[in-house]
Design a binder for this molecule. Structure first.
Ligand code: INI
Length: 158
């Protein structure tokens, strides 16, 4: 059976990043992880763009517009929704997740879910460069891998 997999070579890829300002002390750390993941895998600074939105709820609109523009190979969404901090945690995190999924499916461009949804601040810190790694870095690698896989998917013979 033929097997296809995206690699982590980012040379020539154009990547857009959308970052929520809400809980910026966490999303700023996620952004550092994304920058690190992209640059260490060959994505050039001039092939990237960063857009900031108020909160995770606003990520899908900007992500979908970028993905549908035809200018980017992948879009990375960054946010931090912390249950202890909000009564509408489920609403914000659920809408962010379903909106990001729709943005990707409707444009056929990878839109990566780099949104932390945690019970408390400590869990968020642990996943934003702490003992559990940095999901921003992981999101950057997912963006590169998916962009490269989708190129192969589009090139498949009928
Ligand atoms: N936005 C977040 O990104 N994380 C949160 O934890 C959060 N809380 O706690 O409410 C949050 N709310 C703001 C929301 O994303 C929108 O910006 C706001 O509702 C305006 O549409």
């Amino acid at each position: 059976m033929r097997e296809l997999e995206g690699d982590h070579q980012g040379q020539g890829l154009r990547i857009a990043v959308v970052a929520a300002r809400f809980n910026q002390f966490i999303t700023g750390l996620l952004l550092e992880g994304v920058r690190n993941g992209l640059s260490t895998h060959g994505v050039r600074e001039e092939d990237t763009v960063l857009l900031r939105v108020p909160g995770a709820f606003e990520l899908p609109l900007v992500a979908k517009t970028l993905a549908g523009s035809g200018r980017y190979d992948a879009v990375v969404c960054l946010g931090a929704v912390i249950r202890g901090e909000t009564t509408h945690y489920d609403l914000v995190s659920g809408q962010a997740a379903s909106g990001i999924t729709s943005a990707s499916l409707e444009t056929q461009v990878p839109v990566i879910f780099g949104v932390l949804t945690t019970e408390n601040i400590d869990q968020a810190i642990n996943r934003a460069g702490g003992k559990m790694g940095n999901i921003g870095y992981d999101a950057a690698l997912s963006a590169i891998e998916m962009a490269n896989l989708m190129r192969q998917v589009r090139d498949l013979e009928p």
